[in-house]
Design a protein around this ligand. Structure first.
Ligand code: ZN
Length: 266
């Protein structure tokens, strides 16, 4: 069954992963800019990373028939140094013109610090000025609910339409608040944290499929690039219809991402 993985960090994955994803039905992916497991030593490091996301990675994906798109930003983990973060933000606009760039992301909070919040606000304002979609990372573990609320408040202080913002890595205790405020919500399927395929299936059964999607967030750490098709199987084994599975793993990403005017699943 075809699917879109709307959040995966392919710069950290092998060509074998691309092949297995294509075999499992993946037709398109979107790759947010993120923390690479180490702090870059200069803004030039981000310039090269953005070149990789807008030029190299789409060509690699295309060899397996997968359409590659991306999001650009400075991630919250590297946003503590405000001067450095602003230098990175200043190079984003020239890349926004690239044909596979869908918006600003994954921005958000990591430790919910003051500086992170300031840089989040500045990137929201860039999205506002340049009319971009926004993909939001929410912090992990015990600070998730607090961080999610802080982020939603920051977005509410802008003119951004919540229907053009996706709040990612939601869990049982944050999904309702995100959907109730008009945002889209993403569930990340990790083998042992965030949502497993089973927990995601439970959440779908509790909250329905409206404005909700699933993704693998596969990266350089413990993660599974085939998590989306595994969740499709989990839903099928519980007796859910092909139409529900298609909505959560293909139609919803397609609907949200198409608002960029640049997304193509085929
Ligand atoms: Zn990510």
């Amino acid at each position: 069954m075809v699917y879109i993985d709307p959040h995966i960090h392919m710069v950290s994955r092998t060509t074998d992963d691309y092949q297995r994803m294509a075999q499992a039905g993946c037709v398109a992916i979107t790759e947010p800019a993120f923390w690479a497991g180490f702090d870059r030593s200069s803004a030039q490091g981000f310039y090269d990373y953005f070149r990789q996301l807008t030029d190299t990675e789409p060509k690699r994906a295309q060899q397996y028939g997968i359409n590659h798109h991306c999001w650009l930003c400075i991630n919250p983990k590297e946003a503590e140094d405000v001067g450095f973060a602003r230098e990175v933000i200043s190079i984003i606009p020239e890349f926004l013109k690239c044909e596979n760039v869908l918006g600003i992301g994954e921005i958000g909070l990591n430790k919910n610090s003051k500086n992170e919040l300031l840089i989040l606000e500045e990137q929201l304002s860039l999205a506002e000025k340049t009319n971009q979609l926004v993909l939001v990372h929410t912090p992990h573990l015990e600070d998730k609910l607090k961080g999610t609320k802080l982020i939603m408040d920051a977005i509410d202080n802008t003119s951004l339409d919540p229907n053009r913002v996706l709040i990612d890595h939601v869990e049982e205790h944050t999904v309702r608040a995100v959907l109730d405020r008009g945002f889209w919500a993403g569930m990340t399927l990790y083998p042992d944290s965030k949502c497993t395929p089973q927990r995601a299936a439970d959440i779908i059964e509790m909250h329905g499929t409206d404005r909700l999607w699933i993704n693998s967030a596969g990266d350089w750490g413990p993660s599974d690039p085939l998590a989306v098709p595994k969740c499709q199987l989990e839903l099928a084994s519980r007796g859910h219809s092909q139409s529900l599975i298609n909505t959560i793993s293909y139609q919803n990403p397609q609907t949200f991402l198409s608002q960029s005017g640049k997304f193509s699943a085929v």
